[in-house]
Design a protein around this ligand. Structure first.
Ligand SMILES: Cc1ncc(COP(=O)(O)O)c(C=O)c1O
Length: 356
């Protein structure tokens, strides 16, 4: 075991979290979002663990093709769609269902052998990212049917569902329901936050991502409350224990100084492993069976942790950077980012281990 930083991927937790989706939205089919290498957990492992989902969604064609190589059964939705003529043949060959969200894509389909392709249509209900105006659904469906392309569903995406007090979700939902009213097509608008906090968004399909990995998608609601289990535990080891005298600084820039004589554990984990450099002093870690806080700046390969006087800490001890005791959402909040980013950024040099 020469690599100190390890990401333990817990397949039991992934399955448990999928069950939480099923319990919350029992009438809906589940499209598990496993883009960005399964939110950094490893797409092959995640797809295997989440085989109980009804379909998978990824963002890039190469991810979809890779996934099809290991999974011949599930529908695979390509959320960002396609933007080149050359994309059409592999999508047909590998039975990938792209999202069609703009007229340029329809033009590409016109000039390629696209008959037989099955697609989702995306409506823009206020995110102003991808999607046709809701009023244009009929026109788009007409064009696709002329080309022999099957429409298997209509989706939209919510901008503010993570805030249960933000009325924009209701506005977007109302636009989506109005825009799809006259069509007997399966609908999907709910991400994790929406399916948990906004029952009206559950519809025929839900598209959870982050909750499958055990992170709360909602402001002011933590994972315990939502009964989500962390799918990734990031650990490393203590490589030195120092005594820092009162008034002395720790790390680059001397951003932290000891207010009193302090024992400091140096941990083999830094931004080169994907730990956020912007995590300030006080960001929690789990060491020696209790919480402790970062001190000073995170370096490329190490970070420093202030240790209680009575804690028995030694070189070689394991540290949990995030996992069951310290949730990745806490670290993310402390560093001014979101759990999604931290999970996706775990570096290649971190050793992945799979349990369950
Ligand atoms: C179109 C789309 N649907 C669903 C999701 C899943 O969202 P979440 O991870 O917040 O559940 C994403 C993720 O960004 C997305 O882009």
């Amino acid at each position: 075991m020469t690599v100190p930083v390890r990401a333990l991927i817990d397949c039991h937790a992934l399955r448990h979290n999928l069950n939480r989706v099923r319990e919350t939205a029992p009438q809906s089919q589940v499209m598990a979002v496993i883009k960005a290498d399964g939110y950094g957990h490893g797409i092959a492992v995640v797809a295997d663990a989440l085989a109980g989902a009804d379909a998978f969604a990824v963002a890039r064609l190469d991810e979809a093709v890779q996934l099809r190589g290991q999974d011949s059964e599930h529908d695979i939705c390509l959320l960002s769609g396609f933007y080149l003529r050359d994309h059409v043949a592999p999508m047909r060959q590998h039975r990938i269902h792209p999202v069609v969200h703009c007229y340029e894509q329809l033009a590409l389909l016109d000039v390629t052998q696209s008959a037989g392709l099955a697609v989702w249509i995306k409506l823009d209900t206020g995110m102003n990212r991808l999607g046709f105006p809701a009023a244009e659904l009929d026109r788009v469906c007409g064009r696709l049917s002329q080309q022999g392309i099957l429409v298997i569903g209509v989706m939209s995406h919510l901008a503010n569902a993570d805030d249960p007090d933000d009325g924009y979700t209701e506005t977007q939902l109302a636009r989506f329901l109005a825009g799809t009213r006259d069509r007997a097509l399966p609908r999907s608008i709910a991400n994790s936050a929406a399916l948990l906090a906004w029952p009206g968004t559950r519809l025929e399909w839900v598209r959870p991502g982050i909750m499958l990995y055990g992170c709360s998608p909602l402001k002011n609601h933590d994972e315990d409350e939502l009964q989500l289990r962390p799918a990734m535990t990031l650990t490393s080891r203590v490589i030195a224990v120092k005594s820092v005298q009162r008034g002395q600084p720790v790390g680059y820039g001397s951003t932290w100084r000891a207010e009193r004589d302090t024992r400091v554990a140096i941990v083999a984990c830094g931004y080169g492993d994907g730990y956020p450099r912007h995590a300030p002093s006080g960001t929690p870690v789990w060491l020696g069976g209790r919480r402790a806080g970062l001190v000073g700046r995170v370096s490329m390969d190490t970070l420093a942790v202030a240790v209680d006087d009575d804690a028995a800490i030694a070189v070689g001890d394991e540290v949990e950077l995030w996992g069951r005791h310290v949730r990745v959402t806490e670290v993310a909040q402390s560093a001014g980012t979101i759990s999604y980013e931290l999970l996706c950024r775990v570096a290649a040099r971190v050793q992945r281990e799979v349990v369950g």
